[in-house]
Design a protein around this ligand. Sequence first.
Ligand code: ATP
Ligand code: MG
Length: 324
Amino acid sequence: MTDVAVATLGLVKRFGRQAAVDDIDLGVPYGSVYGFLGPNGSGKTTTIRMLLGLVHATSGEIKVLGSTVPERAADVLPRVGSLVEGPAFHPYLSGRANLARLDAADRFADPRTSRARVDAALERVGLLSAARKRYRAYSLGMRQRLAIAAALLMPRDLLVLDEPTNGLDPQGTREVRNLIASLAEDGATILVSSHLLSEVEQICSHVGVMRQGRLVAQGAIDDVRAGARPVVDVATSMPDEATSVLHGLGFEDVVPTPSGVRAVTTREGGDGAGAALTLRGASPESIVEALVAAGVGVRGFAVQSPSLEDLFVSLTGEGFDVSE
Ligand SMILES: Nc1ncnc2c1ncn2[C@@H]1O[C@H](COP(=O)(O)OP(=O)(O)OP(=O)(O)O)[C@@H](O)[C@H]1O
Ligand SMILES: [Mg+2]
């Protein structure tokens, strides 16, 4: 649990009878941008609040930058910048004055250099020219940037950002995304939550996917993507014949599609980590050959890997309803 920036072991948080976070083992490698994904109510914010020592876990262990939380929280949290439901900004003060107040409240910050820290943070998030504007006149995107600036007042080894793109328009989302990417380039480890894969996919090196309090997938984004099973799409006007040929080749899962049939590849050698994903030992060429030999007219043929979005949807469930 020490070679990662954030680690949890068997982390649980119950509210009454509900397990909002249900036995999760999080691993956020140093230097990664870790997308912490999951639909509304899946337990992201609750997990993040535990990592930051804002709520107590029901059970389990937490290590942040090598220190145990909450026991050593006071030592380690100064190295962690966070955005969780935003700090309380004063509506009638300017962005700069708001940051100056927060900086003054930080007992680790030297008051003599406050102005330089505040301006550097404002510049980092592109708010320097709007620094004198009152907070209440800020747009949603500017407010979100100010919240990130607050997390950047001190140099941080780890940034924990809970839904930093929440409520932003596409332009604002893009800007925050670029900001996160550039913070990562500067060497910080970043844990960023979102309920939308598309908002963070381009900047993440790793993802963790939550569903109803459980961590249902985690790892380097390419490995998670590789875990998706490829499909074989056959466009044909003879779906029944194509299905029996594919069954004959060992594909168990063959379903009709508007243009023909789709066969889902299966894992060989069990479900273990080493299990290979194959087309049941058949090459694409041999599949086409078998279809043609059986007299199936093939209009189109493709072996495709599901997109990460498909995988995300299948992991988290498609339902729009927020689960209890
Ligand atoms: N203080 C609380 N008391 C009771 N239940 C809570 C409390 N905080 C969270 N919950 C419940 O825990 C579950 C997880 O909530 P959480 O806020 O962690 O989800 P989330 O993944 O952050 O969702 P969202 O994407 O909507 O922010 C939800 O069912 C929520 O109702
Ligand atoms: Mg949340």
